[in-house]
Design a protein around this ligand. Structure first.
Ligand code: ADP
Ligand code: MG
Length: 740
């Protein structure tokens, strides 16, 4: 309606960013890249695209005929912001605004402003590197520093340069404008990055925020059952607080479902009187701080209104996510139960109260296995302030933090670390390669990961057959990139799958990727000096017990080595298989001398890998049965070959069998003194006849099963998981083989 749009125009005029339109557009005209920082609510997302549109960007007959692309980290933001901007532009122009997310697009030939997820733009760049269809790209929510955002910023810095030099040669090719938008100054640190911005740092425009005041309330105590705590607070709050929507931050879909049901049961259709009695009882039991709600007028409300509870999380269908933007039923209170999807971008109309659990499910990466998992952890202070800010978008509000200020001060980081610095480096290298970006080492990351690490990762990927000699991704590399897993282990799984041996390979990978499964031998206690007399009976008993324990230990070690006398990998496999089968895990760990915590982690890893493998390469075999059965001789040999496939660059040959070996010296007497030479040289020194063997050789670690072999039985080749430099005082360097 006319009234409606007049209202919108009025609200729009009040946004602080409106006063900055001229400054912003001048900067965009004068510089290829511009950075805009402004608090949530200052109007970045809704207004900057409109400034561009009004300046003629996206007008096919104007000087900037290409579209304006605006990226959002989340689907719901892309769809809802497109709708909002369409509404603000008014009927005549609304059809110029479109969104594109995976499986859903409203883009047409007329689209001038396109809101999309960052993943969509990355895919478009892979198809058309110069982004010919665009005249400007706006990267929104850059402060989140997701790996997609960082990669996009790096890519676009190059595309902007490219389009500029193309424009110099051929004026029909228009330059591309890049606008980076952020809710905090989190992006400031990379503006000086010369790899990224070759012509010096882009201008940084700071926009004053327009935020209604939000009053903070910390909990007196931090409870571990934050779901229960949230339930209590919401119930009390619903009864005591004046009208206004509630937004509750939780960590995951299942929590949202649980709380939603409990709230519906407790607040749903019950007559309000009954509700009061029940609630008062609860309150006196709870440890909550009832005064916290008394900041507002507590005039008794005649009737507790009904609640209108809506979920909001990323797996929810977009259509259902968008329900939070609809007006709630007359007289009811809207309660949105959300994950951090609602943390930035979105303005949910009418929200006055935020309840913040302070937690989020975060992507974590295991250092060794590279497995991604989602774990619940504290959010950063920056996130907490974003969450609180949701209560002050359309009026003043309150934020109830379900944690104490002491915890907030002590345990919350200022900012979350950029995702690329938390990811395993081979994973990043492989991701760039899969986007046909060959120069991984010099990729202009806003905050670059260790470049030497990247170079090493690239070499490893080449050894694994993921890249060709000239650094291009191979079909096998594409398969590996689908596993959210270190490429060594991804390779093992991929080969295991190829040979129809996936179930065992999963267990083997989990066993190899978990450090320290076994109780180390030296934890058993040292042997008594044999010269020493056993004086008392007590001494004798203690010594007997020690000997018994040692013999149990050896027995357990032997049992675990039953599938192979020469493979630490198979030993770990057997131990883990036994654990998975065992009825009582603790008893099994005790009698097999295994560390329960490591075993628990390894078995979790089996579960995770199973679901990963299932989603990447649908398994036709039943996972559960073969993984419990004993592998045949052929399967054992195959498993050891899979390890070799993943550790191709970490194979060593018996020095005496190496082609043109250096002088070997005396014949070794012990297995741990037998020299091996790595096939891929570890240092660059050239070997000659005079080279001292101890400078180039590696040796078996005393904890390996190989250390117990007779010298004559030492295998010709060994595969090792890592090398460890011997301390200067000891003569032999140590080496820990995993398997043969
Ligand atoms: P920023 O991107 O800087 O966080 P936005 O452009 O998203 O800011 O929003 C600016 C303001 O516009 C909000 O604070 C709110 O007042 C208004 N607004 C945005 N989207 C909506 C919406 N869907 N419904 C009502 N008001 C909205
Ligand atoms: Mg925004």
């Amino acid at each position: 309606t006319i009234d409606g749009s007049a209202e919108i125009q009025e609200a729009r005029m009040e946004l602080p960013i409106l006063a900055e339109e001229q400054r912003i557009m001048e900067a965009i005209h004068n510089y290829p890249t511009v950075v805009i920082c402004g608090e949530t609510g200052s109007g970045k997302t809704t207004q900057v695209p409109q400034f561009l549109y009004e300046a003629g960007f996206g007008d096919k007959s104007g000087p900037y005929p290409g579209m304006v692309g605006i990226t959002q980290p989340r689907r719901v933001a892309a769809v809802s912001m497109a709708a909002r901007v369409g509404t603000e532009l008014g009927e005549d122009h609304a059809k110029k605004v479109a969104h594109q997310i995976r499986f859903d697009s409203s883009v047409s030939r007329n689209t001038a402003l396109k809101f999309m997820t960052d993943g969509i733009l990355i895919r478009e760049i892979a198809k058309d590197f110069i982004l010919a269809k665009y005249s400007a790209v706006v990267i929104d929510e850059a402060h989140e520093r997701s790996s997609n955002t960082d990669i996009l910023i790096g890519l676009l810095s190059r595309i902007v340069d490219l389009r500029q030099s193309m424009n110099k040669e051929d004026s029909t090719v228009k330059p591309l404008k890049l606008v980076i938008m952020s809710a905090t100054l989190r992006v400031q640190d990379f503006l000086e990055n010369k790899m990224l911005f070759r012509d010096g740092p882009p201008p940084l425009l700071q926009i004053e925020g327009r935020q209604y005041p939000v009053t903070m309330h910390f909990a007196r105590r931090t409870q571990s059952d934050y779901l229960e705590q949230a339930f209590q607070r919401i119930c009390t709050g619903h009864r005591k607080l004046p009208p206004g929507g509630m937004l509750v931050f939780l960590t995951a879909q299942d929590e949202i479902a649980t709380l939603s049901k409990r709230l519906k049961d407790a607040l749903g259709q019950m007559p309000s009187d009954e509700l009061h009695i029940e609630r008062d009882d609860r309150e006196s039991e709870s440890e909550e701080d009832p005064e916290e709600f008394e900041v507002e007028d507590l005039a008794p409300r005649p009737k507790t209104p009904h609640v209108h509870i809506l979920p909001l999380y990323s797996q929810l269908e977009t259509r259902d996510q968008l329900r939070v933007f609809e007006r709630p039923p007359e007289g009811s209170r809207m309660i949105v139960l959300a994950t951090n999807v609602a943390e930035t971008s979105l303005t949910i109309p009418g929200i006055r109260y935020v309840f913040d659990s302070g937690r989020a499910k975060e992507k974590r990466y295991d250092d060794v296995s590279g497995v991604q998992s989602f774990e619940i952890g504290w959010i950063s202070k920056a996130s907490a302030s974003q969450r609180a800010g949701r209560a002050g978008r359309t009026g003043s509000g309150h934020c109830y933090r379900l944690y104490s200020s002491a915890i907030y001060e002590r345990d919350f980081e200022e900012h979350a670390m950029p995702e690329v610095l938390r990811m395993p480096i081979e994973g990043i290298a492989l991701q760039l390669k899969s986007m046909e970006l060959h120069n991984v080492v010099n990729f202009p990351f806003p905050t670059p990961p260790d470049r030497q690490g990247l170079a090493k990762a690239e070499r490893l990927l080449m050894y694994l057959g993921a890249l060709t000699k000239d650094g291009k991704i191979t079909p096998s590399g594409r398969r590996l990139s689908a596993f959210p897993l270190s490429p060594r282990y991804a390779k093992m799984l991929s080969v295991g799958h190829q040979y129809n041996c996936m179930a065992f390979t999963l267990v083997l990978v989990a066993a190899l990727a978990t450090p320290n499964l076994f109780v180390p031998e030296h934890h058993l206690g040292a042997a008594k000096d044999t010269e020493q007399q056993m004086i008392t009976d007590e001494d004798r008993l203690a010594e007997e017990a020690r000997l018994k324990r040692r013999s149990d230990y050896n027995h357990a070690q032997n049992l675990c080595s039953k599938l192979s006398r020469t493979s630490d990998g198979m030993k770990a496999f057997t131990a883990l298989q036994g654990y998975l089968k065992a009825q009582s895990k603790d008893e099994y760990c005790g009698k097999t001398f295994l560390l329960p915590k490591s075993m628990y982690e390894a078995s979790n890893l089996v579960e995770q890998l199973t679901s990963i493998a299932g989603s990447v390469a649908p398994l036709h075999l039943s996972i559960s049965s073969p993984r419990h059965s004993t592998p045949s001789k052929d399967q054992i040999a195959a498993l050891q070959q899979f390890v070799a496939a993943g550790f191709l660059d970490q194979i060593a040959i018996l020095a005496s069998l190496a082609p043109s070996p250096p002088y070997l010296g005396r014949n070794p007497k012990r297995a741990i003194d037998v020299p091996y030479l790595p096939l891929f040289r570890i240092n660059n020194s050239r070997r000659t006849e005079d080279t001292d063997i101890r400078d180039v050789a590696v040796y078996v670690h005393p904890s390996s099963v190989l250390a117990h072999l007779a010298v004559a039985d030492m295998p010709k080749y060994i595969i090792y998981s890592h090398l460890q430099r011997a301390t200067p005082s000891s003569i032999e360097s140590a080496k820990k083989p995993r398997t043969r």
